[in-house]
Design a protein around this ligand. Structure first.
Ligand SMILES: *[C@@H]1O[C@H](CO)[C@@H](O)[C@H](O)[C@H]1NC(C)=O
Ligand SMILES: *[C@@H]1O[C@H](CO)[C@@H](O)[C@H](O)[C@H]1NC(C)=O
Ligand SMILES: *[C@@H]1O[C@H](CO)[C@@H](O)[C@H](O)[C@H]1NC(C)=O
Ligand SMILES: *[C@@H]1O[C@H](CO)[C@@H](O)[C@H](O)[C@H]1NC(C)=O
Length: 350
């Protein structure tokens, strides 16, 4: 029987807000320029809305090739076609491009001509989800802010691919074929502004090494990660959202201080192999520990440890407001003072 204890419902975590700023930037208000009639040419395969002259809609048309892109275009929609190649030629005048959506096509690395992407000096967003890439495409424009490569077959990251992408904030590589050997010492070096790294659903057995210092959101669900090295979190002192659901983490695989990291606010460890409640920090707000092998919860161990370890916690108390512990092997009832200690708002225990 599932018992849900709801002290109060309504605290929701919204991780997406981080990105609204760059979205706004990409859609910055169009300055009125003096276009001539010639500038309004529109590839016959596509739709050019008169009210939005900088956008070009060519999606869902069974296209096999990218049409010549007029120079005024900033937003280019090419998703859901049969495109296999990205040549340089159609983009030769498209110097204003900010946004390209090429999701759901058949693009391979062999099909991308060397200068095709890097010549787009103002490109901010590049969507290449659901294609047939085996490597992260390279070289990429230095201006890039978001690179979306989910659901390809990426197993390789060529040397230096990210080294100049100082403005990249989001890198989505989920659902690819990355093994630990995809990373070199300097793979992520240069990603000074990276905030979100998504490598969920790959084949990693270890945590990715030497992550950029500004990483705030690290998503590694559905890999085969067995452990986290000692001091791993020291190099990512801003990490706030850490998802490791569906991995192979055991007690022995955790660093000696567990997840006692001040910056972490949301920690997801569902479907792992933990038998003990891991060490956490008093600042933690959401904790997902369901579907592990935890046998008991000892309040007199967990609660005072947190209180002792953190000066703020003495004053304000632990911040944990949401906890999932269902799907574990806890036999004895959880004492009510456990909830009281954490000021839990919502907990799913059994
Ligand atoms: C780029 O512009 C030049 C000059 O207007 C034109 O001759 C050429 O065909 C254009 N290229 C493409 C791919 O549209
Ligand atoms: C990175 O972003 C800043 C601020 O928007 C901008 O001034 C700079 O030119 C960008 N860098 C590149 C390489 O585009
Ligand atoms: C991980 O796998 C589980 C079970 O197959 C699935 O329900 C979940 O959506 C997956 N999550 C991600 C982020 O891939
Ligand atoms: C909880 O931990 C304390 C201190 O280690 C111990 O004395 C006590 O017996 C434990 N309680 C249970 C129920 O295991």
């Amino acid at each position: 029987m599932a018992t849900t204890i709801c002290f109060l419902i309504g605290v929701l975590f919204i991780t997406d807000t981080v990105w609204t700023q760059s979205m706004r930037q990409a859609y910055e208000v169009q300055e009125l320029e003096d276009w001539t009639v010639d500038d309004f040419d529109c590839p016959m395969e596509c739709f050019c809305p008169p009210s939005f002259p900088t956008a070009l809609y060519c999606e869902n048309r069974g296209l096999k090739e990218i049409p010549a892109i007029p120079s005024r275009i900033r937003y280019l929609y090419l998703e859901n076609n049969l495109i296999e190649t990205i040549p340089e030629k159609p983009f030769e005048n498209a110097t204003q491009l900010r946004w390209i959506n090429l999701n759901k096509n058949k693009i391979t690395n062999y099909g991308i001509e060397k200068g095709a992407l890097s010549q787009l000096k103002k490109l901010l967003f590049l969507f290449l989800e659901d294609n047939e890439l085996e490597e992260v495409p390279s070289p990429l424009p230095r201006s890039l802010e978001q690179l979306q490569l989910a659901r390809n077959k990426v197993s390789r990251i060529p040397q230096g691919t990210f080294s100049n992408l100082e403005n990249l904030t989001l890198l989505d590589l989920q659902h690819n074929k990355l093994f630990d050997n995809a990373f070199q010492r300097d793979t992520f070096k240069g990603l000074k502004n990276l905030m979100q790294l998504n490598m969920a659903k790959n084949a990693l057995r270890n945590m990715p090494p030497r992550l950029p210092a500004n990483t705030m959101q690290l998503f590694l669900d559905n890999n085969s990660i067995e452990g986290i090295p000692e001091n791993y979190f020291n190099v990512i002192p801003k990490v706030a959202f850490l998802r490791l659901n569906h991995n192979k983490l055991s007690d022995a695989g955790l660093p000696s201080s567990g997840f006692d990291v001040t910056s972490i606010l949301d920690l997801q460890l569902s479907y792992n192999r933990l038998t003990k409640f891991p060490r956490i920090n008093a600042h933690l707000q959401h904790l997902h520990l369901d579907h592990n092998k935890i046998k008991s919860v000892n309040v007199s161990v967990i609660c005072p440890t947190i209180l002792r370890a953190d000066q703020d916690a003495f004053i304000y108390g632990p911040q944990l407001s949401y906890l999932r512990l269902d799907g574990n092997e806890i036999k004895s009832p959880i004492p009510m003072d456990f909830m009281a200690c954490f000021k839990l708002l919502q907990a799913v225990i059994i």
